[in-house]
Design a protein around this ligand. Structure first.
Ligand code: ADP
Ligand code: MG
Length: 306
């Protein structure tokens, strides 16, 4: 992690229109010839019918391009109930959030119809199977794909090592700490090499020290894997540390307010937290979130990071 921080590719920015403003079509707002990885176009989701209907997200539009050989990390922040999980689960093709009530969600240029191997999901509950060992939990998806026992055990051992669980392969989830369980869950998802990794508050249940270690591990794995990661987080520090872009959402109705472009982390989260400009950026993002401010563009203090 010695490279100088780079500002993100400006071509990759799809700025959302300010709320209540006439919105041009998504295609008119993006000057990029890169292939699209994900496109949300005027996506609205309501739960329930008639007077009981509740709008979870309204008119959400954005595009994430497939940058050649560079996975991006997209952090999604916003108040509770603004539709962060709805956006993620919609991308995963998971019901009842999928399909949208109106609008369209596309992955690799094609409308999503169901969950697919190109998208892997990690959430706060870890979703491990208690009766299976670490090795078998990590290798479970490979077994479903019909990979022979010897090969899947070898690959599970490699992944256990990558996430720092070497020597724990024969343990059961109940014998592991929360941080270790989350590592198993991440390994079990990444071993399937999804092009898009979806993480819904993956570190929410971890204590701050383990959480920072997991953030660093995620950055390292994500650089190796070059997948595009969407991560929902309550922590502005986590969003700023991890995100190449931050999607800031607002509530009532759930909507996308702005997309912020950030440099890549070039130091550990612990080091970065000690920098005054990092705290300035975090405080400004927090202020925007708490006041549900309209789109304000670049965070002040960011120039000192570049
Ligand atoms: P967030 O993840 O930002 O906290 P969610 O995406 O979970 O928000 O929820 C957005 C809104 O949609 C909330 O008002 C929530 O109550 C509603 N909602 C989410 N899932 C369901 C569901 N399965 N059935 C009914 N309403 C739901
Ligand atoms: Mg949620």
């Amino acid at each position: 992690m010695s490279e100088a921080p780079q500002p993100g590719n400006p071509k990759a920015t799809a700025a959302p229109a300010a709320p209540n403003e006439a919105k041009p079509p998504v295609s008119a707002r993006v000057a990029s010839s890169l292939p699209e990885l994900v496109r949300f176009e005027k996506v609205t989701k309501s739960f329930g019918e008639g007077p009981e209907a509740r709008v979870a997200i309204q008119d959400v539009s954005f595009i994430i391009e497939d940058l050649p050989n560079v996975g991006e990390l997209i952090a999604i922040v916003g108040p509770s109930g603004c539709g962060k999980s709805t956006v993620l689960r919609m991308l995963a093709g998971l019901r009842p959030h999928f399909p949208p009530t109106s609008g369209e969600v596309k992955v690799f240029g094609k409308p999503i119809t169901h969950p697919g191997a190109d998208r892997g999901m990690v959430d706060q509950k870890y979703s491990l199977m208690p009766h299976l060992t670490v090795r078998d939990n990590i290798a479970f998806g490979l077994m479903l794909r019909g990979i022979p026992l010897k090969e899947r055990c070898g690959r599970a051992a490699e992944w256990a090592k990558k996430v720092g669980l070497e020597g724990c392969e024969d343990k059961y989830p109940s014998e592991l700490s929360g941080g270790m369980q989350q590592r198993v869950s991440i390994a079990a998802t990444l071993i399937l090499e999804p092009k898009i990794l979806l993480m819904d508050e993956p570190f929410g249940a971890l204590d701050p020290k383990i959480r920072m270690q997991m953030q660093e591990l995620l950055v390292q794995l994500w650089k190796e894997q070059q997948s595009t990661v969407f991560i929902v987080t309550h922590s502005v520090e986590e969003a700023i540390y991890l995100g190449d872009r931050v999607l800031r959402m607002g509530a009532k109705p759930g909507r996308l307010v702005e997309i912020l472009q950030l440099p890549r982390p070039d130091m550990s989260p612990e080091m970065m937290r000690k920098k005054p400009w990092f705290n300035e950026l975090s405080q400004e993002l927090l202020r925007r979130l708490e006041t549900d401010a309209p789109a304000l563009g670049e965070l002040s203090g960011i120039d000192r990071w570049r």
